[in-house]
Structures are given as C-alpha cells and as structure tokens.
Design a binder for this molecule. Structure first.
Ligand SMILES: Cc1cc2nc3c(=O)[nH]c(=O)nc-3n(C[C@H](O)[C@H](O)[C@H](O)COP(=O)(O)OP(=O)(O)OC[C@H]3O[C@@H](n4cnc5c(N)ncnc54)[C@H](O)[C@@H]3O)c2cc1C
Length: 378
C-alpha cells in the first residue's frame, strides 16, 4: 500500500488497536458468521467496549467525539481483514448520523448511547419490494393519528434487518405522492407491528444479515419523526454522500486485500517449471492493478479529507462510489483468475472476496444511478 498522509498519530494508534481487537474478536469468527448469515451480538458489544462504535458522534451522546477518519479506519480494517460482516457503514456512518443530525433530543439521548455501546444495532430502511433506485416512489405509508403516526408497508434488502434494534424508516405521510411527501421515522424494532421477515439468502456478503421487514399498524410517536415532516427526501440526499464514501472506502481496501493475497499466491504457485509471477502476463496484470490501487488511495484520501472538511460534493461522492466499486470488482476478478481453479473453491478466501464484491455496484445506489447523478453536473 502506498504511504498515506491522511492520518495522524492518533489515527494510527486507533488503527493498531482495531487490528489487535480484530485478530482476537473478528478473524476467528468470520467462517462462523458466514455460515450463520449473521455477525454475533457479542462482537458488536465488544466493539462498543473497545470504543469502536460511533467514532464521530459527540461524546455527550456516547460517541467518540472524533472525526470521520476514525470511521474510515474501521471500514478499511474490516475490508483488509477480508470480511464484509459487521455493517459499520450502516450503523456508524448512516443510522447514527440521521439520528444525530435530525433527531429530537429525546430520541438522540435514548438511542445514540445504546448504539455506541453496541447494545443497539441500527438499520436504514429505504428500499422496498417495488422500488430501490427511485426513492421518491416509496409506498410505505404513515397516517397521522393522535400523538403520532401509524405506519403500514414493507421494506426489503435491509442490512442488519435481523439483528437491528433501531431502524430509520422512510415513509410517505398520508396519501401525498412525490419527494415532498416523504418523512423519516426512528422506530424501536421490538415495537408491536414491526415484523422481521426472512433473512435473504445472498450470493455474497453472507455474514451480514439482510432481511425483509413489514410494518403493520406500527405506532410511531410524533417525536420520533426526524426533522420536519416532508423533508425526508432532502435529508436522504444530504446523507447519501457519506453512505457512498463508506462504500468507496470499503471497496478500495477490499481491492488492496485481494491484490495482496494474489501477489502472495503467484509467488508460491508453480506452472511450467516456474513461479506464476514470472510470466510476463501475471506481472503486467499485477502492475496494472498496482498502479490503479495507488491512484485509488490518493483519490480516496482526497475525498475523505473533503468529507471531513464538509466540502465533498454529491457528484464527487457519487464518482467515488462508482469508481472504487468498479475497481473492486475488476481487481477481485483479476486476482481470482491468478488462483486458477483454487480461486473458485470456497476454502480460498479469494472466492469469498469475489462473491462479496458484486453487490458494491448495486447497493447505496447502482453504478447506473451514480452515472446519472454525475451526468447531471455536466
Ligand atoms: C445486500 C444488499 C444490502 C442492501 N442494504 C440496504 C439497506 O440497508 N437499506 C436499504 O434501504 N436498501 C438496501 N439495499 C437495496 C439497494 O440499495 C437497492 O437494491 C439498489 O438501490 C437498487 O434498487 P433495486 O434493487 O430496486 O433496483 P431497481 O431500482 O429496480 O433497478 C434495476 C436496474 O435498473 C437500473 N436503473 C434504475 N433506474 C435507472 C435509471 N434512472 N437509469 C439507468 N438505469 C436505471 C438499475 O441501475 C438496475 O440495474 C441493499 C441491497 C442489497 C443487495
């Protein structure tokens, strides 16, 4: 990996503590989580105990009071450890931020300390069976009643859907349609009317639980609406750049990890009497990937700094999500090829990395939607 100047000594110390914690609490459990389709709650609690949750949320709410670079380190180290399991992007970078930026004082002081300790796991509920890219078309409906709203509808593809204790839900109010009808609600997942459906059987990302959710006459008190009624779509557009950066960060680190595994393998593996790395094709493919990874890190670091400085534009975040997710898929596929038949065998980590990569071009907004967003700025 090229030398990076983004991080300070404090960041480096945090990274070391994350690495140490992962060696004990994460790496030995990845296979078990893959089989169960779920990261254990004990792991989330251990992360809370080690001060790894909600790094950039103020200390007054139980967070670390630090900058987003600490969140980025967690994402990088998780990918470098070869897993997509614990969905820190959703918990730390998305759900906590919706609650912190738009929640009432009661909601913030109730949920954020629990999320910081690992007692509560967060989920973000936007996508529905009939709509994902077109968020203006969500059908989940909230009907105003005395003291709050009654929610009815369903969501799908929800990360942490099974493990979740708290969910941010996008729903329209009344019979209105369009972006201005959408509001966001914070809901405890054990409320009557909040129904967890099937854990979805995915191609990859298997240790991260993804589920369908159903809301049947789910009562939500008025104070659990985030911000202003009808502003949900605006809030989603404001928060999506950070979500997209989370994905870009994971993608760059996962691509680096796959590359490192491939380099080790081709140095050992022999064909036609020599190491696979000695074929010019292998060296050229590796050289191409190495150059792209170098440029990728420089670009990623510039975007992380811009995000911390609150200068990252929606277009830049979309470009980062598009480019780093496409890079991850390209690199992981090239790396699998270098493993030959073993690359296709589950016992080899590269096989899992290949399966895990594919969804990156789909969730958080597809590559096509990223291109659409970018093209609007031209
Ligand atoms: C593992 C996983 C985890 C997920 N986690 C979450 C989560 O936690 N919370 C959540 O809310 N959602 C989550 N999602 C949902 C994800 O964000 C959506 O799947 C994604 O946004 C695409 O929506 P869709 O599946 O409805 O596809 P569609 O919107 O139906 O798109 C189908 C195809 O049409 C293309 N398309 C659509 N519109 C356009 C256009 N305007 N121009 C060009 N092409 C277009 C798309 O790019 C795609 O190729 C997750 C999905 C997966 C698979």
């Amino acid at each position: 990996m090229p030398k990076r100047t983004l991080y300070s000594e404090d960041h480096d110390l945090f990274r070391e503590s994350v690495k140490k914690m992962y060696a004990k609490e994460l790496v030995p459990f990845v296979e078990e989580w893959e089989t169960k389709g779920l990261v254990s709650r004990e792991f989330w609690k251990a992360c809370g105990d080690n001060g790894m949750l909600l790094p950039d949320i103020p200390e007054a709410y139980g967070g670390g009071g630090l900058d987003f670079k600490f969140n980025a380190i967690l994402l990088e180290e998780t990918a470098l450890a070869g897993t997509t399991g614990p969905a820190f992007g959703v918990h730390n970078d998305i759900v906590a931020h919706y609650i912190h930026n738009y929640g009432s004082e009661t909601v913030k002081s109730h949920w954020l300390p629990k999320m910081a300790s690992g007692e509560a796991i967060g989920a973000i509920c936007m996508s529905e069976p009939s709509t994902g890219s077109d968020l203006k078309a969500v059908r989940t409906k909230s009907t105003p009643v005395d003291g709050g709203f009654i929610l009815n509808g369903s969501k799908t593809f929800i990360t942490n859907g099974i493990n979740a204790d708290v969910a941010v839900i996008a729903a329209r109010v009344g019979d209105d349609s369009g972006a201005k009808a959408i509001s966001l609600f914070v809901v405890a997942c054990n409320e009557k009317g909040f129904i967890k459906g099937n854990k979805l059987n995915k191609v990859g990302n298997r240790s991260s639980d993804t589920a369908e959710l159903f809301f049947e006459d789910l009562f939500v008190p008025t104070e659990n609406m985030l911000g202003e009624q009808g502003s949900g779509f605006i809030y989603m557009m404001k928060e999506l750049p950070q979500e997209r950066m989370s994905i870009a960060i994971s993608c760059q680190a996962a691509a680096q990890h796959a590359y490192d595994l491939a380099v080790d393998y081709v140095k050992e593996r022999k064909a036609f009497g020599k190491a696979v790395i000695d074929f010019q094709n292998t060296r050229f493919v590796l050289a191409d990937m190495k150059a792209k990874l170098q440029v990728g890190w420089a670009h990623l670091d510039a975007c992380i700094q811009a995000l911390v400085d609150k200068e990252l534009t929606t277009t830049e975040a979309a470009s980062a999500k598009l480019w780093h997710s496409e890079l991850r898929c390209e690199v992981v596929d090239n790396c699998l090829q270098m493993f030959g038949g073993y690359g296709y065998i589950e016992e080899y980590e590269i096989a899992r990395l290949w399966r895990d990569a594919r969804v990156m071009r789909i969730y958080g907004g597809t590559s096509e939607i990223m291109k659409d967003l970018i093209s609007r700025s031209i």
